[in-house]
Structure formats: C-alpha cells, structure tokens
Design a protein around this ligand. Structure first.
Ligand code: NAI
Ligand code: MG
Length: 358
C-alpha cells in the first residue's frame, strides 16, 4: 500500500498552489495515495467548521499533510474558535507537531529580490527550527482579570503565561542538533535568558543536550541581538533553534531577507516524523483566483514532505533541482519577475517544473 498524503488546499490561492504541487508529486515514481479535504474558511462555508472532524481524521491517519493556506478577511467577524486560523492550530495540536522547520534560502537567480546588499545575502541558506506547541502561545492561565494590588490595583489586565517543560525543550533541542549535524555543525540557540526564567531554563537544557552532540558547536544569542544579526550578517548563522514566540518573529524576518515569500517552504513535524508541510506565506486573497500566485514554495514544501516524512531523499532532491532549473531558464511568476526574465502563470510554472523533472 502506498503512503497516504492528505492535501488540504484551504483558502485564497491555496487550491491553485497545492494543485501544482500535487501534479509534481504524482509525476514521481512513488506509490502515493493522495486524498483531498476541505480546511479553513472553505471548510467553514461547506461544513460550518474550519477543521471538520473528517478532515482531522484524514490528516491523522496520513503519513503527511500538504497544506495550502487558510484565512480571508471575510471571516474576521466569526468567533475566534470558528476562524480559519484555528484549523492550523488544531492540526498542530492534534498531531503533536512540535518542530517547525523553516529554511530561508536565497536562490542565486533571485539575488536581486532581497532588499539587502548582495554581499550580505548572496548564497544565504539558513534553517530556523522553531518550537511550535509550547511557550506563551499555549501557556495557562491566560485572559483578562482585575489587578489585586500594586500601582494598577483595580484595573483590568490582560495576561498570558510563558513556560516550557524540560521534555519540550529537550525534544526541540534534539531536532536542532540533528539538523545542524547534517549541515555545517553550527547551532545557535536564541533566548532571552538575561530577563526570562523560562529562557534561562531553556539555555541550561540546551547546554545539557549539547553533550550528546560533541561534533556540533553550540552558541547562544539573545533574541534582540539575533534580530539585529539576521539583518547585519545573516550568513553567520546556519541552524537557529528557538522557542515558539521568538521563532515566529525571527522566521518571518529571515523570510524577508530572501525577498521572495513565494519561494519559502516549511515543515512541522512530530516525534514520529509525521508532518504538515506548507508554504511560509498566507492565502494571499488579493491575488486569489487569477492564476498568478507563485507555486514554488508549495512545490518545495512537497519536496520537504518527501525528505522528512517519507525518507524519499532522491525524489526530494529531484524536485529541488527542477525548481533550480526553471529559475535558471529565467521563468518567473509575477512576485519574482524582473527585467530580462519571462513572466509565467501559476500553472505554467507547474508545467515547467514537471518538464524539468524529466
Ligand atoms: P500573505 O502571505 O497571504 O500575503 C502577503 C503578500 O504576499 C500579499 O501581497 C500576497 O499577494 C503576496 N503573496 C503571498 N504568497 C504569494 C505567492 N505564493 N505568490 C505571489 N505572491 C504571494 O499574508 P497576509 O496578506 O498577511 O495574509 C492573508 C491571509 O493569509 C490572512 O487571512 C492570514 O491570516 C492568512 N495567513 C495564513 C497562513 C497559513 O495558512 N499558515 C500564514 C500567514 C497568513
Ligand atoms: Mg508568522
């Protein structure tokens, strides 16, 4: 029996971009059982829930999920638990997807896309490993309460709770060290241990786990400095490991270094390498339905799916080489178009990648 892959296109450009990635997956000599299900606003419209039980079941029994994107302004007035974004949070939680891998690669053919100087970013290839299921995003208690004493006594106060359990830090540390081991043996752990107890604890555990990886060089950096260094000298980094909150911000910052959000894939993995793979960008409602979105981030996410969840390294390499080849041919969707290149549509870009696979 083939590997089960769940395809959840979602909203906006989601269906256009996942369609191209599925064409690419089907063109490989792999035994895949691909099934599609609604998610996000599209699922709310059809089934009154952004993550219908049938979609969640399909995802859970699959080896991997290929996810488009969810969200549209038209759902802004729904109660929070029915908004499209809840689908992605629900999938992360239900599947235990604690490790988010976001590469930021500047393809040599797209060197002009970055707003940074070429010498600062040319050849950039870094990986951010973000913890995805803990931290202040999920900490309890949270809410709005009345302040009992102190200078704000009697006022209403919004509050959240930041915490990390030892096992949570250990497992993301291992993901970081193992990724670093496969790359340049450099791992930078980012925290705010000068101010936060949670971060001091995080740093102590990182140092402890490092003893199992004598071949990897571990360094530490405060998050404010990391934000600065990512813009000043991003190539100093190779693999960054960090918590959920800091990782959210730094991974978006790193994405912008490359200047082409339409090119960046991501993976979210659990302990058994089951994963959810999606482009780093959102549902781009401004360009939906026009066949102009860049499908490459989703196609590259499909490559990550093969690499991390199916262990099909050679086929993943094939897809990545095909993407390089179409860029080399000068084909560009509108978001990465520049003078001297040829503008193509979403589906034409898919055609070109398929052709380059051969
Ligand atoms: P966005 O990433 O959807 O769009 C930002 C800008 O980049 C837009 O101008 C868009 O046209 C462009 N863009 C994005 N992807 C592109 C592609 N593949 N090709 C060409 N251009 C592309 O972010 P925005 O506008 O902040 O959010 C739109 C919706 O997406 C919101 O509802 C938001 O909540 C949702 N979103 C969903 C995510 C997910 O499903 N994981 C992640 C981020 C946002
Ligand atoms: Mg974000």
């Amino acid at each position: 029996m083939g590997h089960k892959i769940a395809v959840l296109p979602g909203d906006g450009i989601g269906s256009e971009i996942t369609e191209q990635a599925v064409r690419v997956l089907r063109a490989l000599d792999l035994d895949l059982e691909i099934q599609t299900a609604p998610v996000g606003g599209a699922a709310y419209d059809a089934m009154e829930h952004p993550l219908p039980p049938s979609t969640l079941e399909l995802a859970k029994k699959s080896s991997a999920v290929l996810f488009g994107a969810v969200g549209d302004w038209k759902y802004d007035s729904l109660p929070r638990e029915l908004r499209p974004e809840q689908a992605i949070l629900g999938l992360r939680k239900a599947m235990g997807l604690f490790a988010n891998l976001r590469p930021a690669i500047l393809y040599p053919q797209l060197a002009n896309a970055s707003s940074l100087k070429p010498e600062v970013v040319s050849g950039l290839n870094i990986l951010i490993v973000r913890e995805l299921t803990g931290d202040i995003y999920f900490g309890q208690p949270r809410g709005v309460r009345e302040v009992a004493d102190g200078p704000f006594k009697g006022e209403r106060q919004g509050f959240d709770t930041m915490h990390y359990a030892e096992s949570e830090v250990r497992r993301i540390a291992h993901v970081g060290f193992q990724a670093a081991r496969k790359r340049s043996q450099k791992l930078c752990s980012v925290d705010k241990s000068n101010v936060l107890e949670t971060s001091q604890f995080w740093r102590d555990i990182m140092i402890d786990v490092a003893r199992e990886y004598p071949d990897v060089q571990l360094s530490h950096m405060y998050v404010d400095n990391a934000a600065m260094q990512l813009v000043r000298a991003p190539k100093e980094f190779d693999v960054i490991v960090t918590g959920n909150l800091f990782g959210d911000i730094l991974s978006d910052e790193a994405a912008m270094l490359t200047g082409s959000i339409g090119m960046l894939p991501s993976a979210s993995l659990n302990a058994s390498n089951q994963g959810l793979y999606e482009p780093s960008h959102g549902s781009a409602p401004d360009i939906a339905g026009k066949n102009i979105a860049n499908p490459l981030a989703t196609i590259l996410s499909a490559a990550m799916l093969l690499r991390y969840s199916l262990g099909a390294t050679a086929q993943a390499d094939r897809i990545e080489a095909a993407v390089q080849a179409v860029l080399e041919l000068g084909l560009r969707t509108a978001d990465i178009f520049e003078a001297g290149t040829r503008k193509v549509s979403t589906s034409e870009m898919g055609d070109a990648v398929l052709k380059a696979l051969k």
